[in-house]
Design a protein around this ligand. Structure first.
Ligand code: ARG
Length: 485
């Protein structure tokens, strides 16, 4: 088949070239954006007098017909059409004849692809941000139920201090909140409209770029034609944000894997989101969190992949950038499905409060509270308090119990041996109450701390932020059905 650009060529292109050169197999995902951009371009050409109103109407109706064919699955994509831009343009010419040949006036595929990709990136940043908000809300609803559920807080994956489960879940949410903010800010930075940049140097027509920009919901037209057709940093912004999101999801997933193991036993995954083993009939495997953890590989990979493609490219457009699309689509699709299934896994899982409490009793989690008591109520210098506490912990070990399980009199007796001058203070201190796991958790009332009250405050303010953000997120350029294509 003759190419739309075939005028200066004597020979037909080789079949091998068609395969190698084409992006139609993957860039067809951009069809809605391409049609939206083309319609707007046609209207703009009408406004500046390049097309008359009947030509604009004919082009628009042709494009709408193509849209419904693609939507219904009757449109035939073929390799010879090379990419989504040519596929739609040649179908338009087929449908409406010679007027269709006028659509490509005052634009180039270079600014056309820059526009399509940018709209895809911006819309999907918003879609992912919205999904993240939904996930955060779901996690906060679980957190709300668990502001008194004790669990061991860890550092170095060793039991450290008692916290509540709600507090732990809020920590997850805080990292996801920054992911939303990254998506929002990349939208703000990149919401600039490249069409009308032409191949690289602008056009000799008086393109009304301001008007096109407004029509498509951009803040303004891009400012330099060469830069507009050449850079893909707007896509890299998204790939970076999604790599970071992937890192956060992977850390959460790792905890789900650990918590659902026999060693922890904090959590049971629902059967609906667990898998079995083909050989070991007793097994219930956390494949979903494992895959969520694994997805970070492709999210990081796609970022590095496009960074490498872009490195050293001279201005302006280079075909290398066609390699941006699969990276973008793959990261977007991985992020969307990951967020959805992570939410489902968390909402359907059940937490084992008893197992978490039992775990709190291993590791003398209230040791810091004893040291704080010695400093604050007995005037012992911190280093000394640290040493005395260490001795008491050794005593508890020798008794085969946890520090939080020693009785008041036992504690007063053992402490007095180590600091005889303070014997009477110890005797009336009711120190055992302070060393209970619950008291230890509830003592941490500082702003952002784990006590139930500051945890609830964190939940409330994060929920309020979610509501505010939901309203503040930018509008989609295409409202319908862009999500899972
Ligand atoms: N399929 C191409 C891409 O994705 C579209 C732009 C082609 N431009 C060109 N001058 N060959 O980058």
């Amino acid at each position: 088949m003759a190419k739309l650009w075939g005028g200066r060529f004597e020979l037909e292109s080789s079949a091998l070239l068609d395969v190698f050169n084409a992006s139609i197999t993957f860039d067809q995902k951009l069809w809605r954006y391409d049609i939206l951009g083309s319609k707007t371009h046609a209207r703009m050409l009408g406004r500046i007098g390049v097309l008359d109103s009947s030509e604009v109407a004919l082009i628009e109706s042709g494009l709408e017909k193509i849209a419904s064919e693609i939507e219904q699955g009757s449109f035939r994509f073929s390799l010879e059409q090379e990419d989504i831009h040519m596929a739609i343009e040649s179908a338009l010419i087929e449908h409406i004849g010679d007027v269709g040949k006028k659509l490509h006036t005052a634009r180039s595929r270079n600014d056309q692809v820059a526009l399509d990709c940018r709209m895809y990136v911006l819309d999907h940043a918003v879609l992912i941000a919205n999904k993240l908000l939904t996930l955060i809300q779901a996690l906060l609803a679980i957190a709300r139920k668990h502001t008194h559920t004790l669990m061991p807080g860890m550092t170095h994956l060793q039991h450290a201090q008692p916290i509540n489960l709600g507090f732990h879940l809020v920590a997850w949410c805080e990292s996801l909140r920054r992911d939303v903010e990254r998506l929002e800010s990349l939208h703000k930075r990149n919401n600039l409209m490249p069409l009308g940049s032409g191949a690289l140097a602008g056009t000799p027509y008086n393109n009304d770029r301001e008007w096109v920009s407004k029509q498509l919901g951009f803040a303004a037209p891009t400012r330099n034609a060469m830069d507009s057709v050449s850079d893909r940093d707007f896509a890299l912004d998204l790939l970076y944000a999604l790599a970071m999101l992937g890192m956060h999801i992977s850390r959460i997933a790792e905890e789900l894997v650990l918590w659902s193991s026999a060693e922890f036993g904090f959590l049971r995954l629902s059967d609906a989101y667990s898998t079995g083993s083909s050989i070991m009939p007793q097994k219930k495997n956390p494949d979903v969190p494992e895959l969520l953890r694994g997805k970070s590989g492709r999210l990081y990979g796609n970022l590095v992949r496009l960074l490498v493609v872009m490195k050293s490219l001279p201005l302006a457009y280079n075909k290398d950038t066609q390699e941006d699309k699969e990276a973008i689509f793959d990261s977007v699709e991985s992020a969307l499905i990951s967020l959805e299934i992570l939410q489902a896994v968390c909402e359907s899982a059940s937490f084992d409060k008893k197992a978490m409490l039992k775990a709190c009793k291993a590791g003398h989690l209230s040791a810091t509270d004893l040291a704080d008591f010695l400093v604050r109520e007995c005037g012992v210098p911190f280093r000394e308090a640290h040493h005395i506490t260490g001795r008491i912990v050794a005593y508890a070990e020798s008794q085969g119990c946890d520090l939080s399980e020693l009785s008041g009199s036992e504690l007063a007796r053992e402490l007095s041996k180590l600091a005889p001058k303070l014997e009477s203070t110890f005797a009336k201190s009711a120190i055992d109450k302070k060393l209970s796991l619950l008291a230890s958790m509830q003592a941490r009332t500082s702003l952002g701390g784990t006590a139930s009250k500051p945890t609830s405050t964190q939940i409330t303010s994060l929920n309020a932020w979610v509501k505010k953000m939901r309203k503040a997120l930018p509008k989609l350029k295409i409202e319908a059905k862009v999500e899972n294509e």
